[in-house]
Ligand binder design. Structure first.
Ligand SMILES: Cc1cc2nc3c(=O)[nH]c(=O)nc-3n(C[C@H](O)[C@H](O)[C@H](O)COP(=O)(O)O)c2cc1C
Ligand SMILES: Nc1ncnc2c1ncn2[C@@H]1O[C@H](COP(=O)(O)OP(=O)(O)OP(=O)(O)O)[C@@H](O)[C@H]1O
Length: 308
């Protein structure tokens, strides 16, 4: 899969494609259905498929403090889109200048001049352009004029409710991992490099891999049953994601993973941690001793869980 960053990096050979536009945070089953349809149309027309995304996501640009936590960082999103068979991603920087583009300018600059789109696939609620003035009807008219077809993707629902990134976030926040997994079509995962921590884990009888979280807020906090794959082998474990109030960190969120019966050096490696079940909320304990007892109970719960 090819990544093109910014309109200015589009070349003549990028013209002629089937495309879709959106945030695609989490690449959930609704998004996957759009990618499946794109593959189909790309095959029919004999052109590559292209997904247009924004970085930051528009809500992160408009209100960085209150924007919802990301399910996928850019890197994870790209890997998931690649796994869905997408040929190309056009990643546009969502800037002040960009937000001022009218819907008509967006169509002209991005879809017509930039990509020479032959077919566009969008959800029927999709809106774009300055003040979200562009909608499905607008795109259909533009398509009729410019010679591209526009199709509204069939809405993917689960238990009568539309699948959405918001719904995945809600499932994670309420600890409903079975629902999150249904919505995503895979367990919820966080990937990151293992950094050096405060080395307190050993004192707590639970050495942990400190997985780098390069984001301000995460969609979940607490203590979880997790698993991760290392050199082709699946390792179960327990993880805490949060600010570690007992050991007073720097106030930023950390992901600490203790793998059951694992002995080895993980520093510098990239781990993909899958979340399966919430054990409890993160707590502030009165002493390290009390934290140690709680972690021992978490580990016992994990052993009991994986045995059954
Ligand atoms: C299973 C598990 C549960 C944890 N629960 C809490 C908790 O409730 N409160 C807290 O402050 N820290 C909690 N921690 C985080 C520990 O404080 C942290 O792992 C420890 O400080 C080790 O940090 P280090 O790797 O930077 O040395 C938990 C860690 C694990 C592995
Ligand atoms: N369940 C779904 N079925 C079909 N299309 C969907 C579904 N969910 C999203 N889409 C479409 O995928 C594209 C990207 O959607 P986007 O990621 O912006 O929305 P979302 O998943 O509904 O997220 P949010 O919950 O943040 O609104 C849009 O065209 C949208 O209409």
């Amino acid at each position: 899969m090819q990544l093109v960053r910014g309109l200015h990096n589009l070349r003549p050979q990028h013209r002629g494609c089937v495309a879709t536009i959106g945030n695609f945070d989490g690449v959930h089953r609704g998004h996957q259905a759009i990618m499946a349809r794109l593959r189909e149309r790309a095959g029919e027309l004999g052109v590559p498929s292209c997904v247009v995304i924004f970085e930051p996501q528009p809500r992160e640009f408009f209100s960085p403090q209150t924007a919802p936590a990301r399910l996928t960082r850019l890197r994870d999103k790209l890997a998931l889109l690649s796994a869905e068979g997408v040929d190309r991603v056009l990643c546009l920087a969502f800037t002040r200048r960009f937000r001022e583009l009218s819907a008509a300018e967006f169509v002209q600059k991005v879809l017509v001049d930039g990509l020479a789109v032959r077919h566009l696939e969008v959800g029927d609620d999709f809106r774009f352009g300055c003040d979200r003035a562009g909608d499905f009807a607008f795109l259909s008219q533009a398509g009729a004029r410019e010679g591209f077809s526009v199709e509204a993707a069939k809405t993917v629902v689960l238990d009568g409710v539309r699948v959405s990134s918001t719904r995945v976030r809600e499932a994670l926040a309420s600890g409903d991992f079975a629902l999150a997994e249904h919505l995503l079509g895979r367990p919820f995962q966080i990937a990151g490099r293992v950094l050096h921590g405060q080395k307190l884990g050993r004192q707590l009888d639970a050495p942990t891999a400190n997985v780098q979280l390069k984001r301000c807020h995460v969609p979940l906090t607490g203590v979880y049953l997790v698993s991760t794959e290392i050199d082709g082998r699946a390792w179960p474990g327990v993880a805490n994601i949060g600010v570690r109030p007992t050991v007073a960190g720097d106030g930023s969120a950390h992901l600490e993973v203790h793998l059951l019966d694992f002995a080895g050096d993980l520093y510098g490696r990239r781990l993909t941690v899958a979340f399966h079940h919430k054990l409890r909320d993160e707590q502030r304990f009165a002493s390290l001793e009390a934290l140690k007892t709680a972690i021992a109970a978490d580990i016992a719960a994990a052993r009991a869980h994986w045995r059954t």
